[in-house]
Unconditional design. Sequence first.
Length: 189
Amino acid sequence: MRDLESQPGMRLTYDDGILEIMMPLPPPHERYKRLLGRFVQVTTEELGIEICSLGSTTWTREDLRKGLEPDESYYIQNELAVRGKDVIDLTIDPPPDLAIEVDSTSSSMNRMGIYPALGVPEVWRFDREILTICSLVNNDYQLREISLVLPMFDAVVLRSFLELSLTMGETSLIRHVRQWVREQLAKSH
């Protein structure tokens, strides 16, 4: 990994001695990962929840010989546990609460088999057609209708926002999402 630091944009996945190096395809991949990330950020801002956004940080467990780089990753419930840390060690510190994966190319490795080893509680996956919310239960992922990390969201709502991005400018879309979050908050009070 250190040898490739000077070449940003590569996605590394490591599983028990096998290293996969992939280059994400521009526009659709980058657009969808950024939008999903912005949905998380807007929602947590409106809810007043502190987060630690760590993007595509390489998460590894050398003791398990596993590691990968999600498209986006966030500490939400465990933000305080990593606040101010320059080095996060997954053998000591909790894993990120949420990882976002946008699949625009097919990986030869089972990335969803690595996430449970790292202990990531929730992964949102989008393959440009289907958005799934995967929650870690007994060291395996179960599909969920509603996010446990951000219960305001379900897969249908997230997908509808992504569909809107095809006909709406990004600033307008984020304003729309923000308004939707405020309406959901008003309904719950």
